[in-house]
Design a protein around this ligand. Structure first.
Ligand code: FMN
Length: 358
């Protein structure tokens, strides 16, 4: 799709309320309509092996866009190296009342309080079991709002999706399910991770990642890192949306409650990523997410310690050509600097980011 058409498409979608626009974009991806010229051939420089998985490039679609696993193949066709579907909960649930997504265009940001609206495990599982999987697809699992035993919901998620996912993400960082983030506290986290890893070991070897919030104190980061290492969790995703409101314009949506994503989240989530990289050492896979909207911001995540990068809000503002443009830009950078792989880019700005106050 040329730039003019892409801008026209974006203007049309922005005339609609965010959830209608989202539904149309999912339908377009599902239909297989070519949304743009196919992305260029995967570059050998960007191919990367993380947690035992081969990724054609390190840029992924973050969780929350394709909550019900309707269009992962369409996302991969846009040029993403991997797609994370979900969050899925055992039972279907409607989420919070609408409106619950708010655009903040002057900030390139979004506030959402969806509350894990999704069709439940069975529907997502049925879709993912159909046909042969052709790319890297992660499944992000969560707990039902009314669940009596939330940890059991994660165990169910592991058992249900272990056979159809390239990796699983244990999401305990959504700000929109009351009490969910308490699972990040040391005692509850220890129990959650023990039970989740036991469920995983009983069913398969699928890698398990933990996704955390950006609203944590240094001492909490210490605890989380210690538990990740103690329980041999396979990787970490930093971060989910923030309940903070770092420097945003005074738009009508800015007063809404919920999690903030996009450009204003970049600094905080990148600092958190670097702090966690320092704590978990250089071997644990870490995924950087929050405010990525260009090759430069994607590269900065990697330089701050990420092995892989994800985005969501950037796609809302920049349109479907964004993944291809980011991957192309990263590859040109690596070529011009004589860097042979993602690992050679990593960690060069760790100190800068890890020493930022949070
Ligand atoms: C509308 C919306 C829904 C989201 N839903 C989920 C979700 O279900 N599960 C999850 O782990 N993260 C969810 N996220 C968080 C994103 O995956 C990502 O961590 C966050 O938005 C920061 O990245 P970004 O700045 O590139 O958007 C959601 C984000 C948005 C904007």
């Amino acid at each position: 799709m040329s730039g003019v058409f892409e801008k026209f498409g974006r203007d049309l979608l922005f005339a609609l309320d965010p959830e209608t626009a989202h539904g149309i974009s999912i339908a377009a991806l599902k239909s297989g309509v070519p949304l743009l010229c196919p992305p260029g051939k995967a570059s050998h420089r960007l191919r990367t092996r993380v947690a035992g998985i081969d990724f054609p490039n390190p840029l992924g679609m973050a969780a929350g866009y394709d909550k019900n696993a309707e269009a992962p193949d369409g996302l991969l066709r846009l040029g993403f190296g991997f797609a994370e579907v979900g969050t899925v909960t055992p039972l279907p649930q409607p989420g919070n009342p609408r409106p619950r997504i708010f655009r903040l265009p002057r900030d390139g940001a979004v506030i959402n309080r969806l509350g894990f609206n999704n069709e439940g495990h069975e529907k997502a599982f049925a879709r993912l079991s159909r046909g042969r999987r052709r790319g890297v697809i992660g499944v992000n699992i969560g707990a039902n709002k009314d669940s009596a035993d939330r940890v059991a919901d994660y165990e169910l998620g592991v058992r249900r999706f272990a056979g159809v996912a390239s990796y699983l993400t244990v999401n305990i960082s959504s700000p929109n399910t009351p009490g969910l983030r308490n699972l990040q506290g040391r005692e509850m986290l220890a129990e959650l991770l023990s039970r989740v890893m036991a469920a995983r070991d009983a069913s398969s070897k699928v890698p398990v990642f933990l996704k955390i919030a950006p609203d944590l104190e240094e001492a909490e980061l210490d605890d989380i890192a210690a538990e990740l290492l103690d329980k041999s969790v396979d990787g970490l995703i930093v971060s989910n949306t923030t309940i903070g409101r770092p420097a945003i314009h005074d738009d009508p949506g800015a007063v809404e409650s919920g999690g903030l994503s996009g450009c204003p989240l970049f600094g905080r989530s990148t600092a958190m990523l670097a702090k966690m990289r320092r704590r978990v050492g250089s071997d644990m896979p870490v995924v950087g997410v929050g405010g990525v909207n260009s090759a430069e911001t994607a590269l900065e995540k990697i330089r701050a310690g990420a092995d892989l990068v994800q985005l969501y809000t950037g796609l809302i503002y920049a349109g479907p050509s964004l993944p291809g443009r980011i991957v192309g830009g990263m590859d040109r950078f690596a070529a011009s600097e004589g860097l042979k792989n993602v690992r050679e880019i990593r960690d060069s700005r760790l100190a800068h980011w890890a020493d930022q106050p949070i």
